[in-house]
Write a protein that binds this ligand. Structure first.
Ligand code: HDE
Length: 705
């Protein structure tokens, strides 16, 4: 075997601190054992043949001594680790958080001290119910987990795209998740809440009603990760240098505004592109259109908490933005896609207990339960107590303590001192780190009134109003969103086989809003039952416009960040195609050239133009608006092609803008397109229309509950 040339001397890794950079160097990436790029075994032995096993003769038996084969297959056999019990399907990206203005007055957290300073982040978005290989667009809550690698340690804000949760007490979480996951005996449905066990559990847990409203709304079918909000859900605390605590709720507000899909669209996207949102995240980053959110905080004191209608420790409640405005304190930009899905997105281990000085927990009983769960789950997923040394999890500041050994230990601490206190320094030895009362994390001392010290299995009475905020949410929505919500309930309950479960859900709905309950009952063709008993009579609250997507304060009617599918075929005019393309790009949108064949079409004048996507494989559900640049003969031909007709019919049915040349008429007619404000020529009116949906069209194309 040839000797290795130029191998660098082994690095001295012995240190009792671990940080991400050092750890990165521990992990063999591209052939550190062999700088010339030769394929080696994990022992660094160069491999001479990666195509053939070692055999006794050309047609003989395979030999057990083939260590190259055995090592490779052994490693492959163990490539998978247990997927997350919830949030298994996820996509992630790196980026940074940038502070607008010092927040030193309310928090001493290092990342919130200096205006303009950037803190690296790793953000993972996920669905909750489906397995790791499920599709991106089921109706489901989205996880929104942010790991801030601050100079004073890692802070994980592990939130969702919905500001409330189904349950008030952590002890109910396994029940909730068992009920929503595929049914225990049948093994289906995957990634869907539309089945008996979920609605059975929900109907028996009135505290879930508020979140059910959100779950059935358009919030759970977001268009993109980049167009959804994120929420910390629980009330946390900020603590300043003087030890003063301020309650805080965290929000992420997308720069591109809120956008969701329609249910029919989401279902079709699942077939057309199961990785729709993962691809979207990758493509945005790849093209430099970095997804961005602002970090907003609602801050308040004990006095407000006392006077508020609901308990701020109850995770099934919001504080409406109209009551306490959300103050934007910084922005987060995701600008780098992971190099390796497994190493980063799969192995990242978030934990709500990862907190930094200046931020603290409250007694929210759901949060308290989470503080236990996540560390525990990482041990079973990542297999070792040393999972914090995996580069994606490693803090980017010094990590020094006397924790030692354990499976897959990557560090080689020096010296004898593996305990504290020690006095080995008297002998001139390395003695290790010491606690630091001044700068170390200190827990905020709770005011006495939060607990009288008695041990009780009890739910606070202040948590008992389960319906008023559910009503607030429903009544705050735009009427199109209300119709979607009612229809989603009809869809889900239609998949519930047991009539008594449907009935029980409806009796809970009567408490939310009698008209909603009636719409659902009509949609199911079932009689409306009486309201279920409510512990606290629901109240009418002032509507909160911030809760709605359509015509709400966070809707943006812009082409920025949206895709326009430009359909062309034989005989299309290049000048027209280029004009639409340029106009879309000028408006910061993304043009996608679509043609019946991916190699393209022969344009007017004979020139070939290649497509980005083939028509059948790039249905209009994958874009936000369509432009039809077609010659009359091609439109006649396409009117006989199912994929082309569906392309236009769906764009119309999904309330998207359709810009078209006169030549496209035959195809438009076949697809049943009727003239309205969203159906335009290819000029500036199309570019304006392409940045929105046409909700007035909906009653013409869909029967909603
Ligand atoms: Fe989680 N949750 N959760 N959760 N959660 C997990 O941790 C759990 C809850 C959330 O992208 C698990 O590493 C309990 C609320 C996100 O990797 C697990 C309770 C919120 C993610 C776990 C909750 C969340 C998780 C599974 C009730 C929104 C994905 C794998 C007390 C504020 C993070 C893992 C990622 C993941 C437990 C409730 C958000 C099993 C016991 C409320 C975004 O530990």
């Amino acid at each position: 075997m040839a000797t290795k040339k130029g191998t660098p001397p082994p690095k001295d890794y012995s240190s009792d601190r671990g940080n991400a950079d050092e750890l990165h160097q521990h992990v063999p990436t591209r052939g550190p054992h062999d700088p010339e790029g030769h394929l080696t075994t994990n022992q660094g032995i160069r491999v001479s043949d990666n195509q053939n096993q070692l055999k006794s003769g050309p047609r003989g038996a395979v030999l057990l001594e083939d260590f190259v084969l055995r090592e490779k297959i052994f490693h492959f056999d163990h490539e998978r680790i247990p997927e997350r019990i919830v949030h298994a399907r996820g996509s992630a990206a790196h980026g940074y958080f940038e502070l607008y203005k010092s927040q030193a007055a309310i928090t001493k957290a290092d990342l919130f001290q200096r205006a303009g300073e950037r803190t690296p982040v790793f953000v993972r978005f996920s669905t909750v119910a489906g397995g790791a290989g499920s599709v991106d667009t089921p109706r489901d809550v989205r996880g929104f987990a942010v790991k801030f690698y601050t100079k004073e340690g890692n802070w994980d804000l592990v939130g969702n795209n919905i500001p409330v949760f189904f349950i008030q007490d952590a002890i109910k979480f396994p029940d909730l998740i068992h009920s929503v996951k595929m049914e225990a005996d049948k093994g289906y449905p995957q990634a869907a809440s539309a089945h008996d066990t979920f609605w059975d559990f929900i109907s028996l847990m009135p505290e879930s009603t508020h979140m059910v409203m959100w779950a059935m709304s358009d919030r759970t079918i977001p268009r993109s990760f980049a167009t959804m909000e994120g929420f910390g859900v629980h009330t946390f605390r900020f603590v300043n240098a003087k030890g003063k605590s301020t309650f805080v709720k965290f929000h992420w507000k997308p720069k591109l505004g809120l956008q969701s899909t329609l249910w029919d669209e989401a279902v079709k996207i699942a077939g057309a592109d199961p990785d729709f949102q993962r691809r979207d995240l990758f493509e945005r980053i790849d093209t430099g259109n970095f997804p961005e959110w602002e970090l907003g905080v609602q801050t308040f004191d004990e006095e407000f908490a006392e006077s508020f209608d609901f308990d701020v420790l109850d995770p099934t409640k919001i504080i409406p933005e109209e009551v306490i405005p959300v103050k934007m304190i910084g922005r987060m930009v995701l600008d780098r896609y992971p190099d390796n899905f497994f190493a980063e997105t799969e192995q990242v281990a978030y934990c709500p207990a990862n907190i930094v000085p200046g931020v603290d927990f409250t007694n929210d009983p759901l949060l308290q339960g989470r503080l236990f769960s996540y560390l525990d789950t990482q041990k079973s997923r990542l297999g070792s107590v040393n999972f914090h040394q995996i580069p994606i999890n490693a803090a980017k500041c010094p990590v020094m303590n006397f924790q030692r050994d354990g499976m897959m230990q990557m560090l080689q601490p020096k010296g004898r001192a593996n305990y504290e206190p020690n006095s080995l320094n008297e002998a001139g030895e390395i003695t290790g780190p010491r606690e630091c009362p001044e700068t170390g994390f200190t827990t905020f001392e709770e005011a006495e009134r939060e607990s009288d010290g008695s041990k009780l299995r009890i739910r606070a009475e202040s948590f008992a109003d389960h319906y008023s905020q559910a009503r607030l949410f429903f009544r705050s929505l735009h009427e199109a969103e209300q119709a979607h919500l009612a229809s989603a309930l009809v869809f889900e309950l239609s998949k519930v086989g047991l009539a008594h479960i449907r009935n029980r859900v409806m009796s809970n709905l009567v408490n939310v809003d009698a008209s909603l309950a009636q719409r659902v009952a009509d949609g199911l063709a079932m009689p409306l039952p009486k309201a279920s008993p409510a512990a606290v009579k629901p109240r009418d609250l002032d509507p909160s416009p911030a809760l709605r997507i359509i015509e709400g304060p966070r809707q943006r009617k812009t082409l920025e960040g949206r895709c326009v599918g430009i359909l062309f075929a034989d005989g299309s005019d290049l000048a027209e195609i280029n004009a639409v393309k340029a106009a879309v790009e000028a408006a910061k949108g993304k043009p996608v050239l679509i043609s019946p064949k991916v190699g393209g079409a022969k344009l007017k004048g004979g020139k070939m133009l290649a497509a980005d996507g083939q028509l059948a494989g790039t249905p209009s559900v994958t874009v936000d608006a369509i432009a039809l640049v077609l010659a009359p003969a091609a439109a006649e031909m396409l009117a006989k092609d199912g994929a082309a007709v569906q392309f236009v019919m769906d764009a119309f049915g999904h309330l998207k803008a359709i810009g078209a040349t006169d030549g496209a008429k035959a195809l438009m007619d076949k697809a049943g397109v009727e003239k309205d404000k969203g159906v335009t020529g290819l000029g500036p009116d199309f570019i304006k229309a392409a940045g929105m949906r046409f909700w007035d069209r909906e009653p013409k194309v869909r029967m909603l509950a």
